[in-house]
Design a protein around this ligand. Structure first.
Ligand code: G3P
Ligand code: MG
Length: 246
């Protein structure tokens, strides 16, 4: 395999855990990513009808569970009854986790957690505040990076507590995103990998920003991101990335 001499190391973040091989955003997926050697996990959060922080990607439970309905219209008890193994037939029943459940496990470990606030389609009142409060309860502040496609939400995080690390999540090309992120008071860029070039990474680094593209699953692209100088990649296949890049 091609060796990239003089290129600094790049962290591996498990996207929704190890979503390529496990049911996404479940405990088994997060644990698998860490077992495989990822230095962090990415997860998505919404609020249930009764205000519990639910770890799931979509606004509804339809795609990833055997149930139906919007997270915001279901209670935590309703959601816990569902089976979230969906297309992974070989897995046992797994539940949709709450953020406290993830934190209970994470508090014994050292990896970092990228919490993606999934409020770009539905705004959940006080989502940021509830998550921040929980992070403080568990003493995990220094291991958290907040990201969101809803940049107003990142601004809210920073207005509640400016000590939090945040990163601007974006899927389309932005003009000089490093200036935008700095203006927001953010610490990083989380672009779709198609928006990453060496120029973007260099300019971001000059501003002191971290660059962690998503979702980098193909080997060639993993190598490209490393060559461009990215600080981390977010991947469904942590094992693949670690074996390739070690
Ligand atoms: O945070 C990176 C990535 O998770 C953003 O896209 O749709 O997979 O949540 P999505
Ligand atoms: Mg996400």
């Amino acid at each position: 395999m091609q060796k990239l001499k003089g290129v600094r190391s790049m962290e591996i973040i498990g996207h929704r855990g190890a979503a390529g091989t496990c049911p996404e955003n479940t405990m088994v997926s997060f644990q698998r990513a860490i077992e495989e050697g990822a230095s962090g996990i990415e997860l998505d959060v919404h609020l249930s009808q009764d205000g519990e922080i639910i770890v799931i990607h979509d606004e509804t439970v339809d795609r990833t569970t055997d149930g139906k309905g919007y997270i915001g219209e279901l209670t935590y008890k309703d959601i816990r009854k569902l089976n979230a193994k969906y297309k992974f037939k070989e897995h046992n029943k797994c539940m949709v986790p709450s953020l406290p459940e993830v934190f209970e496990w994470a508090k014994e470990e050292t990896f970092f957690i990228n919490i993606e606030l999934k409020n770009n389609v539905i705004e959940y009142p006080l989502l940021e505040w509830k998550v921040i409060d929980l992070v403080h309860q568990y003493g995990l502040k220094d291991r958290i990076v907040f990201s969101s496609f809803n940049h107003n939400s990142l601004a809210r995080v920073l207005s509640y507590d400016s000590r939090f690390e945040t990163a601007v999540l974006y899927s389309h090309k932005l003009f000089e995103p490093w200036h935008y992120a700095k203006h927001l008071g953010s610490d990083g860029l989380h672009p779709n990998s198609r928006n990453v070039t060496e120029v973007v990474v260099k300019a971001a680094h000059k501003e002191g920003l971290k660059v962690r593209p998503y979702t980098v699953n193909k080997k060639e692209e993993m190598l490209e991101m490393k060559k461009a100088g990215c600080d981390a990649i977010v991947t469904d296949y942590p094992k693949r990335a670690i074996e390739l890049l070690k």
